[in-house]
Each structure stands twice: as structure tokens, then as C-alpha cells.
Design a protein around this ligand. Structure first.
Ligand code: TXA
Ligand code: MG
Length: 319
């Protein structure tokens, strides 16, 4: 039996399977089996009202999971699936409540990774999969990251190498008349607009604060993390080192070497490469066991929107 066949059999038996996607690794379970889906929530420590994305082998499965599918959704899936895009549509009545968090919509995606697609085809149904990390922590982009998160608690981890994109899919809500982006990703609003015929609005970010004034913690390392404007980086670094702290810096420029209290990681000036490296960097910084992570805020602009979103949440969650 191949690894993928064993994984498909485990899904059919109601077990959890971690698998690679092009965005981040997912922690999968049979999306039509309530007991299997409950295992995801238990393993992650995730609140039960957070809905899960259902991963499909191809767009022909849409009608089993969604109803009132607008014509725009078909154009979007034809253009961008398989790919780093989740669609929010009106749920089919057969979709279980544990998937939707009791809402009348469902999140659906066809991931673009050969192992994920093999698994989905062999399983033949929908696989519910959040990112394979404990709730609030940094998402995994390698099989080793998943094992670090869950150890023996997840029996099967398919290893498909490092995820290409590196941050989670763009979430596009087509469940009402106005298309909205609920979570920015590397597939950006302008690219979606080229097929939608209109610019999706930013709206109701799914990971936005539920209580006003407090940011929900997400994608966070365990080391305190501060996001600082480029021009303030030198001052913030000098101040931290002056207090005797050991510091990791992630910034585009190089710096003078030789201070044992300082670990400097040069960041990419290309947003796609920056996103690809981001979570692996954050995990490595935790392993360095420094007192503080200082990150230079990325440039303004659409190309950096998704990276900036994850960095803001990481900083909010790591204090
Ligand atoms: O790239 C990704 O999307 C990865 C890979 C594994 O596919 N998955 C992922 O899942 O990021 P997760 O559970 O970590 O994040 C999914 C987000 C959650 O914030 C959830 O609230 C939102 O999608 N979501 C799922 N279904 C939804 C729905 N019906 N309405 C609004 N938001 C939804
Ligand atoms: Mg997640």
C-alpha cells in the first residue's frame, strides 16, 4: 500500500491525516463524519464555533457541498482551482454543523499540491482541514513542523516538502451579492477582480477581533514579537540591546555582525519569497530562544497585504 492509500484508508476510518498543500500543511478528517471532525477540534484545541475549510478533489464536487452557486463562482474556480483560494458559498443542507460552525455558509477549496490531490482523489470525498497547528500558533509549512506541533497525536503525516506559498489561502466570500475578501492571501484582490469583473471588497476578516479593541492572537510564535516601522528599527534594537535583551531581527538590510546578543535574518524584498519563508522563520526564531523578535514592517501596497496581515496578528498574539 502506498502512503497515500494508507492515508485515504485512515480518513475513511475516521482518523486524522496531516497532509501538505501549497499554502500550509492541513490537519485533515472526513468532512462528512462528525466524530472524525470532532478529533480535529480536540487535537488543535480550537473553539468549536470556528468553521473548517472542506478540501475537494476538483470543482465538480462543488454542488455536493454548496447551493445557490453564483455564475461568478464557476468562473473563479475555472481560473484559480486548484490553487490558494477558498470560496465561501451557501451551504448544502447535508453539510454537518461541526464544519460550518452553525453558519449558513461553507468554505471550499481545491489545493494545488500533487500529494493533496492524490489523497483527495483516492479518498473521493471532502476533507475538512484547518492548518495543522495548535490553535493560535504559527501554521506549519513542512512535515517536520507538523510533527513538532502534534508528536504522536497525529499518526499519519504525509511529507510533500516545504509549502510553495507559505501562508494560508485567500478567502473569497461569494455567498452574498457583494464579493468580499475575508482573509487576504497571496492571490490578491486585483487578480481576482480580473475574473470577477469587480474588485472584491475587504470585509469582515474571519480572524478579526471578536471583541472590539482586542486583536485575536493568531500565527504567533512563543517569543515576544514586535513589528516596527523601518525607520524605528535601529532605535528599537539599540534600546532592547541596551536593556540586556537578546534579539532576533528580521529586516531587509544587512547589519554589522559580531554582537552575540543579536541574530540578524535578512528578509526577502520579494513578497512571494517573504511569505514562503515567514512561518519557517518564526519557528526557527523560537528555537533560538531569544528574548525578543523585532521585525521591520513590510512596505505598504497590495503585494504585501497578506504578509502584513499575518505579521500584525503574529505580533498581537506573541505579547
Ligand atoms: O490555506 C488554507 O486555507 C489552509 C490549508 C490547510 O488549506 N487552511 C486553513 O484553515 O488556513 P484554518 O482553519 O486554519 O483557517 C480557515 C479560516 C478560519 O479563519 C475560518 O474561520 C474560516 O477559514 N472559514 C471557514 N469556513 C468559513 C465560513 N463558512 N465562513 C467564514 N469563514 C470561514
Ligand atoms: Mg489556521
Amino acid at each position: 500500500m502506498t502512503d497515500v492509500s494508507r492515508a485515504a484508508a485512515a480518513l475513511r476510518a475516521g482518523e486524522l491525516v496531516a497532509f501538505p498543500t501549497e499554502t500550509v500543511y492541513g490537519l485533515g478528517a472526513d468532512a462528512s463524519n462528525p466524530a472524525a471532525v470532532a478529533r480535529i477540534f480536540a487535537a488543535k484545541g480550537r473553539p468549536a464555533d470556528h468553521p473548517l475549510i472542506v478540501h475537494l478533489p476538483d470543482a465538480s464536487h462543488l454542488a455536493r457541498w454548496a447551493v445557490e452557486i453564483p455564475e461568478s463562482a464557476h468562473r473563479i474556480t475555472a481560473a484559480f482551482w486548484p490553487g490558494p483560494l477558498t470560496l465561501i458559498l451557501k451551504r448544502h443542507s447535508a453539510v454537518i454543523d461541526a464544519i460550518t460552525g452553525g453558519q449558513d455558509t461553507v468554505g471550499l477549496r481545491v489545493p494545488n499540491h500533487p500529494l493533496a490531490l492524490q489523497l483527495l482523489r483516492e479518498f473521493g470525498g471532502g476533507v475538512a482541514a484547518p492548518s495543522a497547528n495548535r490553535f493560535g500558533h504559527v501554521s506549519p509549512t513542512t512535515a517536520a513542523h507538523v510533527r513538532d506541533e502534534f508528536g504522536a497525536a497525529v499518526g499519519i503525516v504525509l511529507d510533500g516538502g516545504p509549502s510553495d506559498v507559505g501562508i494560508e489561502s485567500t478567502i473569497l466570500d461569494l455567498s452574498s451579492a457583494v464579493p468580499r475578501i475575508l482573509r487576504p492571501g497571496m492571490l490578491d484582490a486585483a487578480t481576482l477582480a480580473s475574473v470577477l469583473g469587480e474588485l472584491p471588497r475587504p470585509g469582515g476578516n474571519v480572524e478579526a477581533p471578536r471583541v472590539s479593541g482586542s486583536l485575536e492572537s493568531h500565527y504567533a510564535p512563543t517569543t515576544p514579537l514586535r513589528l516596527v516601522a523601518d525607520v524605528e528599527l535601529d532605535t528599537a534594537l539599540r534600546e532592547a540591546l541596551g536593556r540586556g535583551l537578546s534579539v532576533v531581527v528580521l529586516a531587509p538590510g544587512a547589519t554589522a555582525a559580531g554582537n552575540p546578543k543579536l541574530f540578524w535574518q535578512v528578509s526577502s524584498t520579494d513578497p512571494a519569497q517573504y511569505a514562503h519563508d515567514l512561518y519557517a522563520n518564526l519557528r526557527r526564531f523560537d528555537e533560538l530562544r531569544r528574548d525578543l523578535i523585532l521585525i521591520a514592517a513590510p512596505p505598504a501596497g497590495e503585494a504585501w497585504c497578506a504578509v502584513a496581515d499575518r505579521l500584525r496578528r503574529a505580533a498581537a498574539g506573541a505579547k
